[in-house]
Design a protein around this ligand. Structure first.
Ligand code: ADP
Ligand code: MG
Length: 370
């Protein structure tokens, strides 16, 4: 019968599709994992060879391996992108796309084609990014400008897209639509290395590897002098603490090393960023409560780090937000308010509400605080 015929045809079609998909997927996983393992192994081998030859310090070896892992992670992410889209109705189309060898995401340049200026502004133009498998974009048609020397506070509820913006800026994520300009140059003309060399990141939850304080700092600048290190520690208000430990700069921290408090780890990340001395600083502020004294020290450290830099603050505390030249409020992946503190207070939007709520919870009236 006609119905049976169609069923059979469908079944054949289904089998072909599944076969194609299986082949494509196994090839991809193989390539992807193989490359990640291979590149890490090579990096490790070369680093260890140089280490035993006396060319590299132990810290440098760790840094090389960490960096190669970082590259693998980016590759794995690209893999994820490709396959998330392959599920669902468009399976066959996606497999065809794969076989046509279209690159799954836009590539950055392999070698620099343009020189980045020393003072870098950043511009998001109509940027849209959707996580693999998600129905709605995490960042949607976003326009954002960071002018040289300007401090912008990016605020918004949890899930509004702030961290995604940071990862787009660092090029850990690749936008599906729109463009990001660094110093007026579109990102495709730049290498990852060029972009990252201009940005110092103080993450929400700083990563310390098992090694000395010195090694943890030198990740930011291999050839730093002892004086550079001390200056960075002073700037981050960690100098006294380091001096008070028996081994000073050689004190082991991280997994099995001396336990640092959250505030100390944060300031070590700030010291790293000071040492890197990049023109753009991104700070993802911790949400956890810290004591008043630590908060004051953090603020002083931050103002040293951000002096004269282009700064993006992912801020949760009103006291941090108030230091910004401009406040940008995000909601559901879009910018919904942007202006100076006074402008936003006058507008009576989300920021104004946030300030009011905070003041009420602190038992202050608005009149008393103004
Ligand atoms: P914020 O930093 O403002 O809290 P995020 O940028 O982390 O917001 O998240 C924005 C949106 O994207 C949220 O809806 C979140 O659930 C989603 N999201 C974040 N990371 C991922 C991920 N790795 N995979 C899928 N969805 C994610
Ligand atoms: Mg976040």
């Amino acid at each position: 019968s006609r119905g049976k015929e169609m069923e059979d045809a469908n079944e054949v079609q289904r089998k072909i599709t599944m076969k194609l998909l299986a082949v494509a997927q196994s090839q991809f996983i193989f390539l992807e994992l193989g490359f990640a393992l291979f590149s890490t192994a090579v990096a490790m081998g070369v680093a260890l060879y140089r280490y035993t030859g006396g060319y590299l310090s132990a810290g440098a070896v760790v840094a090389v391996v960490l960096i190669s892992l970082e590259f693998s992670r980016t590759l794995l992410l690209i893999g994820e992108f490709f396959f998330a889209g392959a599920l669902g109705r468009e399976v066959a189309a996606k497999v065809k796309e794969f076989l046509d060898e279209k690159p799954p995401v836009r590539q950055l340049a392999d070698t620099p084609t343009e020189e980045l200026p020393s003072s870098v502004d950043i511009q998001f133009q109509n940027v849209t990014f959707t996580y693999p498998g998600a129905d709605i974009p995490a960042v949607k048609n976003m326009d954002l400008t960071l002018n040289p020397g300007e401090t912008v506070a990016l605020i918004g509820r949890s899930g509004s897209g702030k961290t995604t913006v940071v990862n787009l800026l660092l090029r850990t994520l690749d936008p599906q639509d729109g463009e990001i300009f660094y110093g007026g140059i579109a990102e495709q003309k730049l290498t990852l290395e060029q972009i990252r060399s201009k940005i110092a990141l103080v993450p929400q939850d700083p990563f310390l590897f098992y090694g000395t304080i010195e090694e943890n700092l030198r990740i930011a600048k291999q050839d730093a002098t002892e004086e550079d290190l001390m200056k960075a520690l002073r700037g981050a208000e960690l100098f006294e603490f380091v001096q008070s430990t028996p081994d000073g700069l050689k004190t082991k921290v991280g997994d099995q090393g001396m336990a640092l408090s959250g505030g100390q780890a944060q300031r070590l990340a700030i010291a790293r960023a000071i040492l890197k001395d990049a023109p753009i600083v991104i700070l993802d502020e911790p949400t956890s409560q810290i004591d008043v004294e630590t908060e004051a020290a953090l603020h002083r450290a931050l103002s040293r780090l951000t002096e004269g830099k282009t700064v993006l603050l992912i801020a949760h505390r009103l006291s941090t937000i108030e230091q910004a030249d401009r406040i940008v409020v995000m909601e559901s992946g879009s910018v919904v308010e942007s202006g100076t503190r006074d402008e936003l207070l006058t507008q009576g939007g989300i920021y104004a509400q946030m300030v009011q709520t905070k003041r009420r919870s602190e038992g202050q009236t608005i009149a008393a605080a103004e």
